[in-house]
Design a protein around this ligand. Structure first.
Ligand code: FE2
Length: 150
């Protein structure tokens, strides 16, 4: 139903904005290395990252992707694309664990791994997440179009 789709898109938009804000915050931390670290922010981000990723994956995998699969207007197999997104989610989840631990260590004033390696880890994570969100957004844009099949 149209209203269901609106609700799904609204939930997705909200979690998408939160994830992009997370990427910006992680970029600020990476930019603050090595000498301007806000330890309190690191601790807050360390605690927030995994619940946010879990919320995003829950909304996408239980609501958004099934809605995309229901659409008949896609010219490429949505299964192939969604499979790649699911692999991204698995990898993001794995890295969010490492990023959370590295932020926690930064926040405690005991960087581990090294500051340089932490910077690479943060940048690798938010670059990948932004890319994933951009690709996902292109597919979601198709859901916003009138469903020509119905
Ligand atoms: Fe996603």
């Amino acid at each position: 139903m149209e209203s269901d789709r609106e609700a799904i898109l609204s939930a997705y938009n909200s979690v998408r904005a939160d994830q992009l804000a997370l990427c910006d915050a992680l970029e600020s931390v990476a930019d603050s290395l090595p000498s301007s670290i806000d330890r309190q922010t690191c601790l807050q981000l360390a605690r927030a990252i995994k619940p946010l990723m879990a919320r995003a994956h829950d909304i996408e995998e239980k609501q958004l992707f099934p809605e995309i699969r229901r659409q008949s207007q896609f010219h490429v197999s949505s299964d192939t694309v969604l499979e790649a997104f699911l692999q991204d989610h698995a990898s993001d989840l794995y890295y969010s664990d490492e990023v959370s631990e590295a932020l926690m260590a930064l926040g405690r004033g005991q960087p581990s791994p090294s500051l340089e390696a932490t910077g690479y880890l943060l940048r690798g994570f938010f670059d990948g997440l932004r890319r994933h969100i951009a690709y996902e957004g292109r597919l979601v844009a198709l859901l916003r179009q009138p469903d020509r099949a119905n």
